[in-house]
Design a protein around this ligand. Structure first.
Ligand code: SAH
Ligand code: SF4
Length: 355
């Protein structure tokens, strides 16, 4: 029987697994603490658990399914991108961004993505498979371990790596629950952001969850027909329906929603585009994050030059739309979404066999 990933289990399932091994209830808490407060990656580290139980557990479960395949550090040493191989030899990538007072991790939820946004390296890869909740968590735990060894902490987590989290909703939500569990990782909801291309039914479902987790929607343009070209999901979930769903989210949760906008030179960065965006978002409890497009293999257009980004930002500000210009990080290490994994052979081979 193949071993199960222990991070895939919630507290109750772990308790049930231990009950099957005739263990008393307190073992669940011990194991949970070892996994999620000490970040143990090996059963041998659980010194408060008897050796025979550790042996039975390691016969059934693996703790860390990730193998570092490649690790790249930006020239300034502040951005680190790791390409991980999973047990089925597929690859995912995770990016750590260090700032002065925070350490932010960008994690993947799928291998590839079926949404096919034209500028996105992950979209260009096609969809391969969903990650399990444990595979999502394993990326986080890898970096928590690493930062702990440096006497540092992970302060922010963004679900903005490979894949569309709302097309892998259950695993995403289960990873969130484990991340926020006060008995374990106890990570603050307000320091987590989930980014979606705009899957309306899932935005509605997420609204009902009433969590303190931040929601970001990747907008990229206020023009419906341009958006359908850039982000094919817009054909099914057009702006005329997406924006009301976003408004409903802010009204129900009283939380600010973020809109991601990748500025593409000559495509969506004109003064008119900024005006259209301002009027689309007028009156909404929101924040716009501008970032210059990262050129990718199959979409070699350029990100907007600095002057245009600043002009775009100024127009939004003049119209009362809160806006931040995000710096591109780790361009030289292909830190953009899916760029490293798509440069690797492993996943490409898999796509070829699937097609
Ligand atoms: N699928 C989700 C989350 C993963 S993509 C989503 O689309 O929101 C994370 C962010 O990276 C999105 O805002 C996406 O539009 C953006 N992105 C993808 N490719 C990019 C590129 N080449 N340059 C700049 N941003 C990019
Ligand atoms: Fe998928 Fe997001 Fe990339 Fe679009 S931008 S293809 S939704 S990962």
């Amino acid at each position: 029987m193949a071993k199960r990933l222990i991070y895939d289990l919630d507290f109750e399932s772990l308790a049930a697994a231990l009950a099957e091994l005739d263990q008393p209830a307190f073992r669940t808490q011990q194991l949970w603490e070892g996994l999620y407060t000490h970040y143990f990656a090996d059963f041998a580290q659980f010194s408060n658990i008897p050796k025979d139980l550790r042996d039975s557990l390691s016969a059934q479960f693996i703790i860390d399914p990730l193998r570092v395949q490649k690790s790249l550090l930006s020239q300034d040493g502040l951005t680190e991108k790791v390409l991980f191989a999973l047990p089925d030899n597929l690859s995912i990538e995770t990016v750590l961004m260090r700032y002065e007072r925070r350490n932010s991790l960008c994690i993947s939820t799928q291998i590839g993505c079926p949404m096919g946004c034209v500028f996105c390296a992950t979209g260009q890869m096609g969809f391969i498979r969903n990650l399990s909740s444990g595979e999502i968590l394993a990326q986080i735990l890898h970096f928590m371990r690493k930062l702990k060894a440096e006497d540092q902490n992970l302060t922010n987590i963004v679900y903005m790596g490979m894949g569309e989290p709302f097309l892998n909703y259950e695993a995403t939500m289960n990873s969130l629950r484990r991340l926020m569990d006060p008995r374990g990782l106890n990570f603050g909801a307000r320091r987590i952001t989930i980014s979606t291309v705009g899957i309306i039914p899932k935005i509605e479902q997420f609204t009902e969850e009433n969590l303190q987790v931040n929601l970001a929607v990747s907008l990229h343009t206020a023009d419906d027909s341009l958006r359908s070209q850039l982000v094919p999901a817009n054909r099914m979930f057009p702006l005329s329906k997406l924006i009301p769903a976003c408004k409903a989210y802010t009204e129900k949760t009283h939380r600010r929603i973020s809109f991601e906008y990748a500025l593409i030179d000559g495509v969506n960065d004109s003064h008119e585009a900024a005006l259209a965006l301002s009027s689309l978002l007028k009156g909404m409890l929101c924040h716009v994050n501008l970032i210059a497009l990262n050129p990718s293999k199959k979409y070699p257009l350029q990100g907007s030059p600095k002057a245009k980004i600043h002009a775009f930002s100024a127009t939004l500000e003049e119209h009362g739309i809160p806006v931040t210009i995000r710096l591109r990080r780790g361009v030289e290490i292909q830190a953009g979404c899916g760029q490293l994994a798509s440069a690797e052979k492993t996943n490409d081979n898999k796509i070829n066999t699937l097609q």
